[in-house]
Design a protein around this ligand. Structure first.
Ligand SMILES: Nc1nc2c(ncn2[C@@H]2O[C@H](COP(=O)(O)OP(=O)(O)OP(=O)(O)O)[C@@H](O)[C@H]2O)c(=O)[nH]1
Ligand SMILES: [K+]
Ligand SMILES: [Mg+2]
Length: 366
């Protein structure tokens, strides 16, 4: 039996099994098995072929944003409007057949916007180019789920299912669980909070299902069974996402208003140029980029050419952004701004110092 059939069999068994206290553990096991098969199906390490390989587009700029959506929702129209790159647009489906990168320039940052082919339901299982598209989504710092406002609400859930199936978790943090494999000593399970969505027995059942007989588990948040499995699998990608409803020129104002009030959502019309500036602002905000200015000794900071970094970036990241050799030759740094302990004065810092937006940095080498 192939993996796809095995997955189908488990899904059918899960659908058949009533959900209650007596079946909880069995369902937990099935879930664990299912997740394992899906991982096999999608990770490139599997021998079954080049699964999980995205489009071969060089990452460039300060961050990558991927456009994911069904055919003809307006992905290419958006790329053509927001960047200097033209991507073919047409009224028929599957106009775009490969990944097309463009660049959004905003607040001194260069953000790569990736136009992708439309996907269909079942994309993650290998239908169409879907698998390649969702694999590319995994490499993004932000995903734009683009939706046609004139079509049913269902499309959003279907896309979420496809991304979930390849291990992408949208707008979620990594669960606060510490997991360590051991070679002996059995299972040590500790929780610092009360578990209301799963329980110890289920957790132990799942560990047994994964043949993990020696490990330390420390659960520090009220997680679900699925989230625990994510921790064990370990290759999940936690990516922020914006839901972008296009073609609002073609729906009622009431509906526009309702959509616009939904969390993580932006409504636009590419054709009528509605709200595109706001979308770019929201992209910038969701990426949580940090801008840092560099300054040479005795000179003023260079405000014209900031270094853009991800939130949580350190002095080491600044060095790497300028030249690799800076790390090995690093002596110390000086930082002015929000991250300086002595602000408004400078603080002397080492490579692991975390920066804040609009800091000014000097690097001194040996
Ligand atoms: N009414 C309306 N139509 C739009 C809007 N934006 C795009 N369209 C139309 O939607 C159709 C599809 O646009 P594309 O940009 O090719 O869509 P796509 O998502 O790239 O499609 P594929 O590459 O085939 O997946 C075209 O006929 C566009 O003119 C909009 O804001 N309003
Ligand atoms: K199209
Ligand atoms: Mg297109």
């Amino acid at each position: 039996m192939g993996i796809v059939e095995k997955i189908k069999e488990i899904e059918e068994e899960m659908a058949r099994t009533q959900k209650n206290k007596a079946t909880e553990y069995h369902l937990g096991l099935l879930k664990a098995k299912l997740a394992r098969y899906r991982a096999q199906l999608l990770e490139p390490a599997s021998k079954s072929g080049p699964a999980g390989v995205g489009f071969d587009v060089q990452k460039s700029g300060d961050a990558r944003v991927a456009l994911i959506g069904f055919p003809s929702v307006g992905k290419s129209t958006l790329l053509s409007k927001c960047t200097h790159t033209a991507s073919e647009t047409a009224a028929y489906e599957f106009t775009t057949l490969t990944a097309i990168p463009g660049v959004i320039e905003y607040q001194g940052a260069r953000i790569q916007l990736l136009d992708l082919p439309g996907i269909v339901e079942g994309a993650s299982q290998g239908r169409g180019r879907g698998r390649q598209v969702v694999a590319t989504a995994k490499t993004a710092d932000l995903i734009l789920i683009m939706l046609d406002a004139t079509k049913s609400e269902e499309q959003r859930r279907l896309l979420e299912i496809e991304l979930d199936a390849v291990g992408i978790r949208l707008n979620k943090r990594k669960p606060d669980v510490v997991f360590k494999r051991r070679t002996t000593g059995g299972i040590t399970l500790n929780t610092t909070v009360k578990l209301t969505k799963t329980d110890e027995k289920t957790i132990r059942t799942i560990l047994a299902g994964y043949k993990l007989h020696n490990c330390d588990v420390m659960i520090r948040e009220d997680i679900t069974t699925d989230e625990f499995i994510d921790v064990l699998i370990g290759t999940r990608k936690y990516i922020p996402c914006l839901y972008v409803y296009n073609k609002i020129d073609a729906i009622s104002l009431e509906l526009v208003d309702k959509l616009a009030r939904t969390e993580h959502t932006v409504v636009i019309s590419c054709e009528m140029d509605l709200n595109l500036d706001y979308l770019i602002e929201q992209i910038w905000e969701s990426l949580e980029l940090v801008k840092v200015y560099t300054k040479k000794r005795g000179a003023r900071p260079d405000l014209s050419d900031p270094v853009c970094l991800r939130k949580g970036a350190t002095i080491e990241d600044v060095c790497l952004g300028i030249h690799k050799s800076l790390v090995s030759n690093f002596r110390n740094g000086l930082v002015w701004g929000r991250s300086s302990k002595f602000s408004p004065h400078a603080q002397k810092v080492s490579l692991n110092h975390q920066l804040q937006d609009e800091d000014v940095v000097s690097i001194f080498t040996k």
